[in-house]
Ligand binder design. Structure first.
Ligand SMILES: Nc1nc2c(ncn2[C@@H]2O[C@H](COP(=O)(O)OP(=O)(O)OP(=O)(O)O)[C@@H](O)[C@H]2O)c(=O)[nH]1
Ligand SMILES: [Mg+2]
Length: 479
């Protein structure tokens, strides 16, 4: 489902609603096309003003946003709304309710309403929301309102996307001022006590003012105003928008710094997400990350050592990638080194006892007449290979050259790409095409004559450990 970013891109930049809607669906899915779209439209973003509206469920955010839409439209501004619900896994009740509530603007081409719900991790929602805001921004909407339900960490993450954050409360305990203690004080640029028709609105305002009184504000600092509204009949909404304009026009340093911090956060997030993704899926063996998690959970390894191990392996693979002179960087990591030994038990006297290396397990591969002992050496593995029959390739290798290095295996992300590139350079291969190895992996051997006397196996990991033996084994030892 690889959506071609380009036709959508043009549509987004033209402000085409269908293209915008589709582009948001793409960024929600978080695939490579998401990055392609953002890359293509980002230069046209940065013009819209992003307003976050946060607050506990039911305080009247959607009703207020609906009123805000009406006023902004009457002031000639176009508005995109992202209704974000980190609490519901799919577009369910609350969000659907929002859509219905904002239906009054459904026919207005100057309004675009979209709900976004958690699909996987909360971080993903914050990223998708930020991307959706970029799309609406590039699509030409003047103001983007991001409504998030609740006042937890996820909402705070999402509200960091905005240029200004409005925290909505209502009179009464419970859902009201109590929830403000959950860290929203710092993100609020404006407090709105909605449902001012209820008893206790003045008290709610006073409580917030008291909390604000605990902070010190310099003469040039923005002290978040506390306003009252009645969203159901629109009372106080003009005041809210005037305050938004006031905050916006005062802009200057604070606004610049906020955008800077936001962009900084975005880049850091993307770098760490991508780095982790690379480490988890392209560097580590399948399942290795989970095993590491288990070992840390059982206190066998501490988290710092675990993190260092992942970093070392990932950085090692990046350094490997940098060494290539081709335009397309190649990522290859050392998976294992196969060593032909005469007798496993004797070999272990050296590898296990003298060197103190950790044994991982033994595997008997009957079809190849070989027994393999895996020995852990940090990120890679040594495979000590003992022949179980004279017909074994290992036996013949020992007969010809004595025991010693038998092969080394490099794990690559895409074996077909690597083979194509080797072929293009006229490198002599044993396997022209990748073939199935153990554990669902794909393997191919490079002829030792091309690799300066070493039998090199390429492996694209797809399952668990790839033994990498198969038909055609004989040819590999012809030197
Ligand atoms: N009396 C009164 N009721 C209001 C006011 N504003 C909203 N409501 C009502 O409060 C209820 C909840 O309003 P919503 O706008 O859905 O609240 P919300 O904060 O968006 O709710 P979630 O999206 O579920 O978090 C609805 O029944 C509204 O009609 C107000 O100013 N006064
Ligand atoms: Mg709502």
């Amino acid at each position: 489902m690889n959506v071609d970013a380009h036709p959508l891109t043009r549509g987004v930049l033209d402000g085409d609603r269908r293209a915008i809607a589709q582009a948001i669906t793409v960024v929600e899915a978080e695939g490579p096309s998401a990055a392609a779209i953002i890359k293509a439209v980002y230069h046209r973003s940065g013009r819209a003003y992003l307003v976050g509206v946060t607050g506990a469920p039911g305080v009247g955010k959607s009703t207020l946003v609906d009123r805000i839409l009406t006023v902004l439209r009457s002031r000639g501004r176009t508005v995109g709304v992202l209704a974000v619900d980190p609490t519901s896994p799919f577009s369910g009740g609350a969000v659907l309710g929002d859509r219905v509530r904002m239906q009054t603007h459904a026919a207005d081409p100057g309004v675009f309403v979209r709900s976004m719900a958690t699909r996987g991790q909360l971080g993903g929602l914050a990223r998708a929301t930020a991307d959706a805001a970029v799309i609406l921004d590039a699509g030409g909407f003047d103001v983007i309102v991001i409504e998030t339900v609740g006042v937890g960490q996820a909402e705070i993450e999402v509200s960091r996307t905005a240029d200004m954050s409005i925290v909505v409360t209502m009179p009464g305990s419970g859902d009201g001022v109590q929830t403000l203690k959950a860290g929203v004080m710092e993100i609020a640029d404006l407090f709105v006590v909605n449902k001012a028709d209820h008893d206790g609105a003045d008290r709610a305002v006073a409580e917030i003012e008291t909390m604000l009184g605990l902070n010190e504000y310099g003469p040039n600092d923005w002290r978040p105003p506390v306003l009252q509204t009645r969203a159901t009949d629109g009372v106080g909404v003009d005041d809210v928008l005037d305050t938004v304009d006031r905050f916006r026009t005062r802009g200057g340093d604070v606004a610049g710094r906020r955008r800077q911090a936001r962009v900084c956060g975005r880049i850091r997030q993307l770098v760490s997400d991508r780095f982790l993704e690379h480490a988890e899926h392209q560097v580590l063996e399948p399942g290795a990350f989970d095993r590491l998690v288990d070992r840390v959970a059982s206190a066998e390894v501490d988290p710092y050592t675990a993190a260092d191990a992942v970093l070392d392996q990932a950085l090692g693979s990046l350094r490997g990638a940098n060494r290539t002179d081709d335009a397309q960087p190649m990522t290859a990591v050392l998976d294992h080194i196969g060593i032909a030994v005469g007798d496993l038990d004797t070999a272990l006297v050296f590898y296990r006892d003298a060197l103190g290396l950790e044994l991982e397990g033994v595997e008997e591969v009957a079809s190849q007449h070989v027994r393999a002992q895996f020995v852990s050496v940090g990120g890679a593995t040594l495979e000590l290979l003992e022949a179980t029959s004279p017909q074994s390739a290992i036996a013949r290798s020992i007969e010809r050259r004595g025991p010693g290095l038998h092969h080394l295996t490099l794990r690559v992300a895409d074996i077909a790409v690597v083979l194509a590139r080797l072929k293009a350079r006229g490198i002599r291969l044993i396997d022209e095409e990748p073939r199935p190895g153990a554990g669902g992996s794909l393997v191919a051997f490079i002829h030792p004559s091309a690799a300066h006397g070493v039998l090199v196996e390429l492996k694209e990991a797809r399952g668990s450990r790839a033994w990498g033996r198969g038909p055609g084994d004989e040819d590999r030892h012809a030197r």
